[in-house]
Design a protein around this ligand. Structure first.
Ligand code: ADA
Length: 552
């Protein structure tokens, strides 16, 4: 299942056998196939912890007719074959892609997914970095049975006009038929309904239908009261329902007014964590229960928000944030790229693809209150700044209903503060420099206001300190849990007591694996700034954060 609720009541899902055969294809792999389930990244398989190469995941199943395959995430290049014939290819581990195979003769078929996690000239976003690009099928795979026409891209955006809630609904119908035909599509969004009657669907074409539906008796979504509604689109051919598509959403409205981010008209105070989508030995194929546990731990620390550093997350995690009441900053994949990397010929196409897929696939989640991009990328040069403006405009065109921002490096000289809807600053006082946090927050928020960011909300999108799990020392040297707890406590007080700041995202929730090239600065090849370690064992900072967040 790609989601935590059924996406279809009419469209048939085909269950694949649970076990897949994984075969490594390059040097450094295994000399024999192994059995595994998916999602699973190969770093969790004995002997493949540091394998950089290609591997094939194969499964056989019985089916026929028109089949649609949905791949939630393959890390980070994917080539997909059905009975040896390529049916799909994709770049990027963090967004889904699909493939449709028609006239498949009924019988036993082989699905083969070849994943590749080698860095290379054709990869502008997955590069050596302060996190690890795992290899394999990191999110679920679905097989569906289609008819001659089917629905995709059901999107719902909500707004409140003079007290009247409205759902702007859009859905796309696709034809797999060689004749033009007439269809109808019935949509519902909570209590609001609409019938698109007698629509012309061109042969082998598609039709995008949209309507703005006023809604009655709306209970808005908020983290304190995560009210959710179902949206559904039903395809009717000759009056007979032949396909459907469901998604969940919530009636809520995000606005930036002056230096405040408002949710349903009320100012937000963000108390959050940066969370990489990894879990100890499971890597980026995080089991569902571990996702739930992470949210339980963050809520136990009195947090109300999470930033999906530095890429789009598993839609099941976003479903949990919708349902358990966590606000989400979701961002397009990028971290710490210098100008030369941003000018890579594939940078823009790969960024645009990731942004389009992220917004199309995740835009209905009420928990997502802001879109981010270009974390700590080059923003002090004209070329860099131009790319920031390009990325902001892209996100605004894809979804005008949410503010956009970027987490800027802890330095002065940025040329892009005027262009975002929210000023977001990554600051590391008492860790990367000995400045008193209150002094530094004051200095940087003042600098932001004087350099194009005046009058806008300010989020401290990263702040934190390292602490190695189990490393205790009453002298509180750096890397001791005691020192980390002390630094984080002072950082949170400095940010949440500062009048210009609308919130904080601590760096980070849990320790995470990084590329070997970062080892000098990352003991154990881990980014040890988690308040829990990679197995979610709490450090002293856990209690410090819990108490500090309770104060605001
Ligand atoms: C940066 C970056 C994070 C991580 C962090 C750190 O701000 O955005 O990905 O590298 O610093 O640990 O230094």
């Amino acid at each position: 299942m790609q989601r935590l609720f059924p996406e279809h009541h009419l469209r048939r899902h085909l269950e694949l056998p649970p076990l897949w055969t994984l075969t490594t294809l390059d040097a450094g792999g295994l000399d024999h196939p192994v059995q595994t389930v998916v999602p699973c990244v190969w770093e969790s398989i004995p002997g493949l912890r540091a394998y950089k190469g290609r591997a094939a995941y194969e499964n056989t199943f019985e089916a026929g007719g028109t089949l649609r395959f949905v791949f939630g995430g393959v890390s980070f290049r994917a080539q997909v074959y059905l009975d040896g014939e390529q049916i799909a290819g994709h770049y990027g581990a963090f967004t889904a892609f699909d493939a449709v195979a028609e006239n498949v003769p009924h019988g036993i078929h082989t699905l083969r997914i070849v994943a590749d996690n080698r860095y290379g000239e054709d990869s502008a976003l997955h590069v050596e970095n302060d996190y690890y690009s795992y290899g394999g099928v990191n999110r679920p795979v679905d097989v569906q049975q289609l008819g001659d026409a089917y629905l995709t891209d059901l999107s719902v955006r909500t707004r409140c006009e003079a007290g009247q809630w409205i759902a702007d609904v859009q859905v796309t119908a696709h034809s797999l038929c060689d004749e033009d035909r007439e269809i109808s599509v019935f949509v519902s969004a909570g209590s609001a309904e609409h019938l698109f009657k007698a629509q012309h669907l061109p042969a082998r074409g598609r039709l995008v239908l949209s309507a703005s539906l006023p809604a009655q008796n709306v209970r808005p979504w908020s983290p304190e009261s995560p009210q959710l509604c179902m949206a559904r689109a039903v395809l009717l051919e000759n009056g007979r329902p032949t396909d459907d598509l469901c998604d969940r959403f919530g009636y809520r409205e995000v606005k930036v007014e002056g230096n405040r981010i408002l949710l349903n008209g009320k100012p937000l105070v963000i108390k959050g964590f940066n969370r990489h989508e990894t879990y100890a030995d499971f890597g980026s194929a995080v089991p569902l229960q571990a996702m739930v546990h992470d949210i339980q731990l963050m809520k136990d620390m009195n947090a109300n928000a999470v930033r999906t550093c530095h890429y789009p997350n598993d839609p099941r995690f976003l479903d949990l944030c919708d349902e358990m009441g966590m606000l989400v900053w979701e961002e397009v994949h990028a971290r710490g790229l210098v100008e030369q990397q941003m000018l890579h010929p594939l940078f823009r196409p790969q960024t645009e693809q990731c942004a389009r897929e992220m917004v199309a696939q995740h835009g209905n989640h009420p928990s997502i209150f802001i879109w981010g991009c270009l974390n700590e990328c080059e923003d002090t040069t004209p070329a860099g700044a131009e790319i920031f403006r390009w990325n902001y405009d892209l996100l605004r065109r894809l979804d005008p209903s949410r503010p956009v921002t970027a987490a800027l490096l802890d330095r002065r000289g940025s040329r892009v503060l005027a262009d975002s809807d929210v000023d977001s600053l990554n600051l590391y006082p008492l860790w990367y420099h000995p400045t008193d946090p209150a002094v530094h927050v004051e200095k940087m928020t003042r600098w932001a206001a004087e350099n194009g960011g005046a009058g806008k909300p300010v989020l401290i999108s990263e702040i934190g300190a390292g602490g190695i799990y189990g490393n205790h020392d009453p002298a509180m040297p750096k890397w001791s849990e005691e020192r980390q707890a002390e630094i984080v406590r002072r950082q949170i007080d400095a940010v949440l007591s500062h009048p210009a700041c609308g919130g904080i995202f601590l760096w980070q929730f849990a320790d995470t694996r990084v590329d070997e090239s970062w080892a000098e600065k990352r003991p154990g090849c881990l980014n040890n700034k988690g308040v829990v370690d990679s197995y979610r064992r709490p450090k002293l900072a856990y209690a410090a954060v819990k108490q500090a967040f309770a104060r605001y």
